[in-house]
Design a protein around this ligand. Structure first.
Ligand code: SF4
Length: 378
């Protein structure tokens, strides 16, 4: 039995120093603390989040919509950017059906025309198609369903109080049918070794996602096993018919938090081939602002996507490329102006090789007039 309590929190919106290069979010907000979906692998159970009794006591953050409204109204220096509700909870966990807490927050986000990216394991998100469609019309809206298996019995064990995978896929299909302007797809994260990584299981998720009309699939074999989260996960496995995977799982991880890179590379390659076979994008298309950041964001997306694809091919990440892509998001003028002054090399991490790569894109667009600086927002 989940205990629900109401509590007022001071802060409603967190700004990230750099955008998340997978979900493109720049702000996060959590309408709830704790999550009654109670997935047995959930990383929010680890000590670094300090959430006590994570799935048994859910806190509903009171006056969240009003506080967010005030925050966005007063925010003269707050540039619109992608907001991601839920991080260490699901914005559509069961209580949401009754109290419409997240729905009220979405109405505020729609009022101020901020783009949004929602990750959920609940079909309830379709209740809010009306608001999400408006956000997509006005700016940009992405909905990603976290789906890691199509086996209902396994899903019931791993994610006991979420919608079933078939219901999530039906919700995805409904969104694409009723509001095609919403970008929607599957977050195939995390993939549980020995339970969800067989070839057939991987293909089932990709095929069914494609059949539902998805725009993208983001995948990562990155199940973490860390302190109290690992303890809980292993305990649940031990009490179940899936107990035999404990030994090979621990042997695979060798005491580390993340799976070994060779394993991740193997799974990533399989998934990449499957996505090519079913013709599904493996990246979320980014929201692009219409102000001076326009080309900064476009080039940043180009660099970060290149870094992602190169890493998939080689199994190695390119930190310089990654940081070049991230730093561009904090540039206080348009990259086209910097290019016109022949000063691209002054941007952090932009080296001659990267300049050679981005120059053709900038050359095509350098005549475009860009609004300068941050004057409007200071
Ligand atoms: S839905 Fe997400 S936040 Fe909630 S328990 Fe599951 S993994 Fe954790």
């Amino acid at each position: 039995m989940v205990k629900y309590t109401y509590k007022e929190f001071k802060s409603v919106l967190n700004k990230l120093k750099y955008p998340d290069s997978w979900f493109w979010s720049r702000y996060t907000l959590n309408t709830y603390s704790g999550c009654a979906h109670a997935c047995i692998y959930c990383d929010a159970r680890s000590e670094r989040y300090y959430i006590e009794d994570f799935e048994n006591e859910v806190i509903i953050k009171t006056n969240f919509d009003k506080k967010l409204d005030q925050r966005l109204k007063r925010a003269r220096t707050l540039l619109p950017d992608v907001i991601a509700p839920g991080g260490v909870n699901d914005a559509y966990q069961p209580i949401e059906k009754k109290i419409e807490h997240t729905r009220k927050v979405l109405q505020v986000i729609a009022k101020y025309k901020f783009p949004i990216n929602i990750a959920t394991k609940s079909k309830l998100v379709t209740r809010d198609i009306d608001i999400l469609r408006k956000i997509a019309d006005d700016t940009w809206c992405t909905v990603g369903f976290s789906i890691t298996t199509t086996e209902e019995e396994l899903a019931k064990f791993l994610e006991p109080y979420s919608s079933l995978p078939s219901e999530r896929l039906a919700a995805l299909k409904k969104i694409k049918k009723e509001a095609p302007n919403i970008q929607a797809g599957t977050y195939f994260i995390p993939i549980i070794p020995f339970l969800e990584d067989k070839d057939d299981s991987l293909e089932d998720v990709i095929r069914e996602t494609k059949k539902a009309g998805a725009d993208f699939i983001l995948f990562s074999p990155g199940l973490t096993i860390r302190d109290s989260q690992a303890e809980y996960f292993l305990k649940k496995l031990k009490e179940s018919k899936y107990k035999p995977i404990i030994k090979p799982l621990l042997e695979l991880y060798k005491g580390q938090i993340h799976p070994p890179s060779e394993y991740s590379k193997k799974i990533n390659n399989k998934l990449w081939n499957l996505c090519q076979k079913y013709k599904v994008n493996i990246r979320v298309k980014r929201w692009i602002p219409s102000d001076f950041r326009k080309w900064n964001y476009k080039i940043s997306e180009l660099l970060l996507n290149k870094e992602y694809i190169d890493a998939l091919k080689t199994g190695k990440s390119n930190k310089t490329l990654m940081w070049a892509g991230l730093n561009l998001n904090n540039l206080e003028e348009s990259i086209l102006d910097v290019y016109n002054r022949d000063e691209l090399h002054t941007i952090k991490n932009i080296n001659p090789k990267i300049i050679e790569f981005i120059e053709p894109y900038l050359e095509k667009n350098k005549e475009l007039k860009q609004r300068k600086g941050l004057e409007k927002f200071l």
